[in-house]
Ligand binder design. Structure first.
Ligand code: PMV
Length: 312
């Protein structure tokens, strides 16, 4: 019997970058796209032979032949070290994902979570969401350098989270579902680079950057209240306010600005970049009657694709 692990993508609604510096952020899962890992036993193959295939990244290799610091090899070794399982029986591990890469949707974290879930099932070793989140965080450090931990948390728990680095994630209730249109700028932008640039700028001008992080933290806190109380107009305005500060932090781009403007013009209650920035995705809060108009406006403004998701 095959073992299957699935993990959703995520978007950050509020608080990216400031979350690295201890302020609150809100992230939600996006189930329209996902990472899937399938492990099939291969008893006919040589003892303990683990074959790994990931077509999207053109990987077709034996586990033993992967570079030491390859994120997939690191993930398998981290799983073994944590569970104490030394020998994994011969198997084929197939990894696929519909999550756009390097676009702020947590594709790396989703692959790790799906892999840990599949390995846990294959090796009959149950792992809690919290354990999967912690293991994934270790792998995120290889991708991102200094991740806050928000990606692994929201993807492992698969629920909206209010997140402060180093604290247990808080879940909360939404008064109404949120209709979010996600526009992909099509520009790949590794998070490690934008996070590194913000860190450098913060070192040069600590007071200015701390003040901007504080302002983002306050916006995130107000946004949680607006979501819990169903104040959609206010929530949209808070997205716009958060975007303006992200622009001042230096993580927007001409492509993202064009998409954000197009979404607002097409009737979005608010719009902002989401994730590391400079490329990747932006998000728009849509009144249900305007979802199609906003998606079309994003495509016309150059979005590679628009994903509509409902956050509940
Ligand atoms: O993975 P991304 O691109 O959504 O970025 C994560 C958000 C950051 O705050 C920029 C970094 C982090 O580790 O929290």
């Amino acid at each position: 019997m095959n073992s299957i692990g699935i993990a959703p993508a995520k978007i950050i609604l509020f608080g990216e970058h400031a979350v690295v510096y201890g302020r609150a952020a809100i992230a939600v899962p996006v189930t329209q796209v996902c990472a899937t890992v399938t492990i099939a036993p291969s008893p006919q193959s040589e003892k303990d032979n683990i074959h790994i295939q990931a077509n999207e990244i053109h990987l077709d290799s034996e586990f033993a032949d992967l570079e030491q610091d390859h994120p997939l090899a690191s993930a398998i070794r981290a799983f073994q070290a944590y569970t104490g399982i030394e020998n994994i029986p011969a198997c084929n591990i197939e990894i696929s994902s519909t999550i756009p890469v390097a676009s702020g949707m947590g594709s790396g974290a989703a692959v790790s979570v799906a892999l840990f879930r599949a390995l846990a099932d294959f090796l009959k070793h149950s792992l809690s969401d919290e354990e999967i989140s912690r293991l994934t965080f270790e792998i995120e450090k290889i991708h991102h350098g200094t991740p806050s931990g928000i990606d692994n948390t929201v993807i492992a728990y698969q629920t909206p989270v209010y997140f402060i680095k180093g604290e247990a994630p808080q879940t909360f209730n939404l008064a109404y579902p949120l209709h979010i249109v996600i526009g992909d700028s099509g520009v790949a932008s590794p998070t490690a680079i934008t996070v590194g640039d913000v860190r450098h700028a913060w070192q040069v001008e600590p007071h200015r950057f701390e003040a901007m992080f504080d302002a983002i933290g306050e916006i995130t806190c107000a946004a949680r209240r607006a979501i819990e109380e169903g104040q959609m107009q206010a929530l949209g305005q808070l997205m716009n306010d958060n975007h303006a500060i992200l622009r001042d932090l230096g993580v927007s781009s001409p492509e993202l600005e064009k998409l954000v403007k197009a979404a607002r013009k097409a009737g979005a209650l608010g719009a902002k970049l989401s994730g590391g920035g400079r490329g990747g995705n932006m998000i728009a809060l849509a009144p249900p009657s305007k979802i199609d108009d906003i998606a079309k406006a994003l495509s016309a403004a150059g979005a590679r694709r628009a994903i509509c998701t409902i956050v509940k």
